[in-house]
Design a protein around this ligand. Structure first.
Ligand code: SF4
Length: 699
């Protein structure tokens, strides 16, 4: 009953990076339903996750008390029943749990040194929590081995953007598509993963905008709106994009004035790109030269063009090269810095932009200030009351897990991440987690990672906390506490403060606004963005030029934050995937998300409405492939790669190429990452989730 509420609170959806603003309707301190409100990114719209996925917060499996591992617990593993964990864990008071958590970490620090402890923070947390988490590791353990899921998501995109544009964030909001003539969406499936953004893309096409969808996997959602759909061969992004740029260079369709005024490295790039003719690249990427020329001319001739990309671009060992190509393409045509132009990696988790901005990255401090820069370390020594910052860039997610596996890292603090599901070659990560001498997990559910923990600290869902998050559009938004945490669970920032004090840090924050105030001392991106403004306005976009402007939706119209204000062309060569199909593993496995399920499923699989729609893992394959295997849709197949093997239900999907399998990674019963390849992009250190050689058999 929609009338049967006693209050409502305005906040932000907890799922994807679109950052839709919501009104949380509450009765007796329980969320009754959610409505979209007029946020800058969503203008009242919501998708199925935002509208119906809220009930995870009242799930009976929520952690409500601190848990500590029993002395007589069975060996660590995925053998814990979240509804009945008592043979493995016992209840503890907050004092006991925090003392145990801190003592275990401090003992490791004393005995083996600070680098024996590492931290994984989370893009599900607020900016303030992300900032506190990286500070706790850097200040408490004197190193930079702290990372989060951006490493598995857009680390390669950020590496390319930082290198060539000078900033890791988007150059324009996705809503700017309304001012574009042409938009390229490559390696992204926004209808499923950024559904509200997709509604703007579809409206753009309906108004006559040229929508170009480039993806090896077909898309039910966008393809009927597309002017061109280019289903190129998996892993051949550089071949396709270089061929498009070859046409623009050879036919002199580029924007000479823009290149001269705002870029560097063009002449070397022009010479490099000449080898990548459409005819030669067509053999690799599978797109005919005529289509390549048509798309190149349309993008170059357009008055304003945007490029959007997702993890189909970033999750490759050549993910940084893929993003370099997209940046070069936009620079060639001067499609940056004006309304309707821009580069926009669609950010995944709701606060992956903000958590990255807040410094939850091993190479950089808040606002991407390098740990190798002495002036930066001086600044933080001053703000953090004498703390010496380690000048050595830290280890990334997969590197940390490797050191854990080798016994070099012996303790971890994991806040809201689930590496027992999200790491590539996840059996390796699970063995590593089982090796740890001391694992502290702070989360809202007994996740697969928490099953390996020594201490579990019950934390807060987004509607239970106060703070800020930053969406894919660079919009910093206010999160308002709507309902209380269940039982004795606490807000994450408060848990972090108590734990930090126990490891010897003199933290005296009494509210997230205190943390935000400290963040502003080192983060120029937050200039003119104040807590009181956010409370009053709900959202402010960074960068913001004055206290009474909403912030800049489009940036870099007058130059880039690089040397001489110039962006850079970086040539990219075609690199094959880390492993290619052969007689033993003849097909290609690609992994991703589905509309109803979010990342490792810890929230959406506990949201009954969403789980009822999509209750079981399925491997998507072309009907012809299934016929060849002798498997009917709904039958069982066995997928095997060099890492492992699993059994899963087969789903007929014409959008999947005949030599491919698509597997979502939200289901622990058929955890896709048992199969994935941990090979890393050398720049972004992102694993190649989008391409593994696989054998498929009838089960
Ligand atoms: Fe939430 Fe993203 Fe859906 Fe918006 S598009 S309602 S932010 S999941």
């Amino acid at each position: 009953d929609r009338a049967d509420i006693d209050r409502e609170v305005q906040s932000v959806c907890p799922f994807c990076g679109v950052g839709c603003q919501v009104s949380v309707k509450i009765k007796d301190d329980r969320v009754k339903y959610i409505e979209g409100i007029n946020g800058p990114a969503n203008e009242g719209r919501l998708c199925v996750k935002g509208r119906f996925g809220f009930d995870y917060i009242h799930n009976a499996q929520r952690l409500t008390v601190p848990l500590v591992r029993r002395e007589d617990a069975p060996a660590k593993g995925l053998n814990v029943d979240p509804a009945n964990p008592w043979t493995h864990f016992r209840e503890a008071t907050w004092d006991e749990a925090l003392d145990l958590a801190a003592r275990g970490l401090v003992d490791l620090r004393s005995f083996y040194g600070g680098k024996s402890v590492a931290g994984f923070g989370s893009a599900k947390c607020t900016n303030e929590e992300a900032y506190l988490f990286q500070k706790l590791i850097r200040q408490g353990f004197k190193h930079n081995n702290v990372d989060h899921c951006t490493r598995l998501c857009h680390a390669s995109s950020v590496a390319a953007l930082m290198e060539n544009v000078g900033s890791g964030a988007v150059t324009a909001s996705f809503n700017e598509i309304e001012n574009a003539d042409i938009a390229i969406v490559i390696g992204a499936n926004p209808t499923e993963n950024h559904p509200v953004a997709a509604t703007y893309f579809k409206q753009f096409a309906k108004r006559g905008g040229k929508l170009v969808v480039m993806d090896p996997r077909g898309q039910r959602g966008l393809q009927r709106h597309a002017w061109k759909e280019l289903r190129f061969r998996p892993g051949t992004d550089v071949a396709l994009l270089n061929a498009i740029m070859n046409v623009i260079v050879e036919e002199k369709l580029y924007d000479r004035q823009y290149i001269e005024g705002f870029t560097e490295g063009f002449f070397e790039f022009r010479d490099h790109i000449r080898a990548f003719t459409p005819e030669r690249m067509a053999e690799l990427c599978g797109i005919d030269p005529g289509t390549i020329r048509e798309v190149a001319r349309a993008y170059a001739d357009a008055r304003a063009g945007m490029i959007f990309w997702g993890m189909g671009v970033s999750q490759h060992i050549h993910g940084t090269d893929n993003a370099r190509c997209l940046i070069s393409l936009a620079l060639l045509c001067g499609h940056v810095g004006r309304p309707g132009t821009g580069l926009h990696p669609l950010r995944g988790q709701n606060n992956v932009q903000g958590a990255s901005d807040a410094g939850l990255i091993p190479q950089v401090m808040p606002d991407y200030q390098s740990v190798t820069d002495g002036e930066v370390r001086d600044l933080f020594r001053h703000i953090w009351r004498g703390t010496e910052i380690d000048a050595q860039p830290g280890l990334t997610v997969v590197e940390i897990m490797d050191r854990v596996y080798r016994g070099e890292i012996k303790g971890m603090y994991v806040l809201g991440e689930n590496p027992a599901m999200s790491d590539p070659d996840v059996e390796h990560a699970r063995k590593a987690l089982a090796h740890l001498d001391h694992l502290v997990v702070q989360d809202i559910f007994l996740t697969e990672t928490a099953m390996f923990a020594d201490v579990i600290l019950p934390a807060s869902a987004l509607p239970e906390k106060t703070g800020t998050t930053t969406n894919t559009n660079r919009q910093v938004q206010m999160i308002r506490r709507a309902v209380p945490t269940p039982g004795s669970a606490r807000e994450d920032w408060a848990i972090l403060v108590d734990l930090a004090r126990r490891i010897g840090l003199d933290w005296d924050y009494s509210h997230p606004r205190d943390v935000f105030a400290e963040m502003k001392m080192s983060m120029f991106s937050l200039h003119h963005i104040t807590w009181s403004r956010l409370e009053a306005e709900g959202a402010v976009t960074y960068p913001c030029k004055s206290p009474d402007e909403p912030g800049e939706a489009v940036v870099f119209g007058d130059g880039f934050p690089r040397r001489a204000g110039r962006a850079k062309f970086t040539p990219a060569r075609v690199t094959p995937p880390a492993e290619v199909p052969d007689d033993t593993f003849p097909m290609i496995l690609t992994t991703g998300r589905q509309l109803e399920h979010w990342h490792t499923g810890s929230m959406t699989r506990r949201a009954p409405v969403l789980d009822a729609v999509e209750p079981e893992a399925t491997a998507g394959m072309h009907p012809a492939t299934l016929r060849e295997l002798g498997v009917a849709p709904g039958g069982r197949v066995r997928l095997t790669t060099r890492r492992g093997s699993l059994e899963v239900m087969a789903r007929a999907d014409r959008n999947v190429a005949r030599d491919m399998v698509f597997l979502p990674f939200a289901f622990v019963e058929a955890a896709a990452n048992i199969l994935t390849n941990p090979a890393l992009d050398p720049f972004g250190k992102i694993p190649e989730f989008k391409y593994s050689a696989v054998r498929v058999e009838a089960a």
